[in-house]
Design a protein around this ligand. Structure first.
Ligand code: UDP
Length: 266
């Protein structure tokens, strides 16, 4: 089904807040999935973005990424940091809507529908393992293609063509932020997919390459501590420096003139 041009965010204005210059669709996990399904049904081309503390930090140093966030069709608050930011800025972030928890729920909703899923990203072989996970847990979901995320950018038109030929409706891109968002921004049209989302390390988790934090850590918003403990060399800067910088920004942020004004609720 060809996708129509998306409107900016279909969620109602009462559920939109602005935090650190980023407009967030302040929806629950269930509402986010309803919205994705509605957009698939309507054929509404949609760039879905998960925004966590690290993404906010990236948006402060990467103007192109900031623009992509601004133009997002569905922008979701991911993680404890966003909730804390809301608390400090006087807004209630209603839920932790992260890709890793959304993914199995979305698979549950896609089962038995005609909507087809393409998995793009991670190291060679990993997306295949995610396809196996889907086949085991949600056998009715149609995975129409997989491909690793390590290709030269000049090959993007061929990759997009492969995704189009697979008649993709839902495109998951697991190449890390902001690479995955930039790829979606530049190639979504060419892929023909209706809904695309950047999902970071999700394929590594569902393929079993990297174990997820235990349930209690996730429930307490401590998944980042677990990820840091597993990969300290890669993660120390992102989490220890990043979280400090993020909190400093939350406390001190004044809208700059090149950023949209904070909503009255923040
Ligand atoms: N990745 C990729 N292509 C690249 C660089 C990274 O496909 O050029 C993949 C990488 O293998 C990993 C994911 O992108 O599966 C990024 O994971 P990360 O933990 O950085 O993402 P996060 O969940 O923290 O956003």
């Amino acid at each position: 089904m060809p996708a129509a041009t998306a409107t900016h965010s279909a969620t109602s204005a009462e559920h939109r807040i602005t935090l650190l210059g980023i407009d967030i669709d302040n929806v629950t996990m269930a509402e986010a999935i309803d919205e994705v399904m509605a957009r698939l049904e309507a054929g509404l081309r949609t760039r879905l973005l998960f925004v966590n503390a690290d993404c906010v930090n990236i948006s402060f140093r990467d103007a192109a990424y900031r623009e992509i966030l601004r133009a997002g069709d569905l922008v979701l608050a991911d993680g404890l940091g966003m909730w804390l930011a809301g608390k400090i800025r006087g807004a209630t972030v209603r839920d932790n809507v992260n890709g890793t928890d959304l993914f199995p729920r979305l698979c549950g909703r896609l089962a038995g529908t005609p909507f087809r899923v393409f998995l793009l990203g991670a190291r060679p072989g990993v997306a295949e393992d995610v396809r196996t996970w889907i086949a085991r847990h949600h056998p009715e979901v149609v995975v129409c293609g997989v491909r690793d995320g390590y290709f030269p950018l000049e090959q993007s038109p061929q990759v997009a063509a492969t995704i189009r030929e697979a008649r993709t409706d839902v495109l998951l891109v697991a190449m890390g932020a902001p690479r995955q968002e930039a790829w979606i921004d530049g190639n979504l049209e060419a892929t023909g997919a209706t809904v695309a989302m950047g999902v970071g390390g999700l394929f590594d988790f569902y393929s079993g390459q990297i174990p997820r934090a235990p349930r209690w850590m996730r429930d307490w918003g401590l998944e980042w501590v677990y990820r840091f403990a597993r990969e300290p060399r890669r993660m120390w800067k992102r989490y220890w420096v990043g979280n400090f910088v993020f909190m400093w920004r939350v406390i001190c942020h004044r809208p700059l003139k090149d950023r949209p004004a904070e909503a009255s609720s923040t």
